[in-house]
Structures are given as C-alpha cells and as structure tokens.
Design a protein around this ligand. Structure first.
Ligand SMILES: Cc1cc2nc3c(=O)[nH]c(=O)nc-3n(C[C@H](O)[C@H](O)[C@H](O)COP(=O)(O)O)c2cc1C
Length: 185
C-alpha cells in the first residue's frame, strides 16, 4: 500500500519548514531610541562575504527603521526569554513607544556599529544593510555581518547545547526546543 499524502493548506505550507531559530532584530530610530522585533525567517546566505538574510514585512516598524539606519543587530535569545521574545513579536514599536523598556528588555550599544544590542540575549551579530529585495508580502533584508560575539563559554565553533537552550518557532504562539544531543557523523 502506498503512503497517504494529506494536503496542507497553502496558508500553512511554510510551517512545513519550521521550527526555526527565533531571534530579535534591533535598530535605533532617528532619536537613538532602540526597537526590536522577533524574527524566525532568518538564515545565513554567504560565508565570504558573511551575509545573512531576514525576511521582514514592510508593515513592521523595524523594516522602516532598517531602511533609514542601514544598520541593525541580530540578537539570539535563550529559552528563558521566551515570554519577552513572544511579546516583541506581537507588539509594534510604532504603536507602543519604548517597546523594549515596556517589555523589560535592556540595550547597550554594539561594539562596532551604532546599533542597539539586547543585553539579555546570548549571541549577537552587528550587520550593515547589503541589499533589500522585495519578495511577495515580505522583503529580503540581506545584511553583511560586521561583528559577531557570544556571552560566556556557550560557543566553541558550535553552540554548547549542554549550557544553553535556544528558541524555535513552530508557528503562531507555539515554540519548541532542541535536545542537547549533538550527533557527529
Ligand atoms: C515567533 C515570531 C516570529 C516572527 N517572525 C517574523 C519574521 O521573520 N518576519 C516578520 O516580518 N515578522 C515576524 N514576526 C512578526 C513581528 O515580530 C511583529 O509583527 C512585531 O510586532 C513587529 O514589531 P515592530 O513593528 O516594532 O517592528 C514574528 C513574530 C513572532 C511572534
């Protein structure tokens, strides 16, 4: 007997590619007030030059800020920040001024670029806008990594999953985590 293939509504087809690592994209506004949004549609696209892409809807305040500032940070939160990360992805800085402060997240300045980095996170990329490519109802924001750093001893070529757990977005308000097992082949 052959397999049964159940159709997936095209509305949810992208979720067949989830869970995805979930990050916070941060940027200053013109008065140097920091804002950040949650993003799961992010991935590396080039090693040399080091490029990443994050798919951002033009409705996001963050999109507007990145186009103006041309620089932004990618902040990787640990699982203990889940509630705050979810809030960052459901509230817009356009409506709630000082969104990060309201949520209880603090920022400091990046090491190389004038971008906010979120202190509570564990790993950081400082990026310069490389290109902005329209793609349907989102935009591919390609960033060149200018600086990258992590806290403590949680990363040595790969993450040490015995020390940290990251956030993976399944879809909607649903998340998951990885086991700390690393399989070597
Ligand atoms: C887990 C999660 C992942 C998200 N991923 C993305 C994403 O990759 N791209 C995007 O445009 N919006 C994404 N969003 C939605 C934005 O984070 C959300 O609209 C946010 O409120 C925008 O904030 P801003 O208007 O202050 O920029 C995500 C939301 C959540 C909760």
């Amino acid at each position: 007997m052959g397999d049964v293939f159940n159709s997936v509504s095209l509305k949810y087809a992208y979720r067949l590619l989830h869970p995805k690592l979930t990050v916070l994209i941060a940027c200053y506004d013109e008065y140097n007030v920091p804002n950040a949004m949650t993003a799961a549609w992010i991935m590396p696209v080039s090693v040399n030059p080091p490029l990443i892409v994050v798919s951002i809807s033009s409705k996001r305040y963050t999109y507007e800020l990145i186009l103006k500032a041309k620089i932004f940070s990618v902040n990787i939160p640990a699982l203990n920040m889940l509630k705050k990360v979810h809030l960052c992805g459901t509230i817009s800085g356009r409506e709630i001024k000082n969104k990060l402060k309201r949520i209880g997240l603090t920022t400091i300045n990046g090491r190389k670029l004038n971008v906010p980095i979120i202190e509570e996170c564990i790993a950081f990329l400082e990026c310069k806008l490389w290109e902005n490519v329209a793609a349907g109802d989102h935009n591919l924001i390609i960033g060149k990594i200018i600086d990258a750093y992590v806290k403590d001893n949680i990363f040595d070529v790969i993450y040490d999953f015995s020390k940290i757990s990251l956030i993976y977005h399944c879809g909607g308000g649903m998340y998951t985590k990885l086991t700390n097992e690393v399989i070597r082949v």
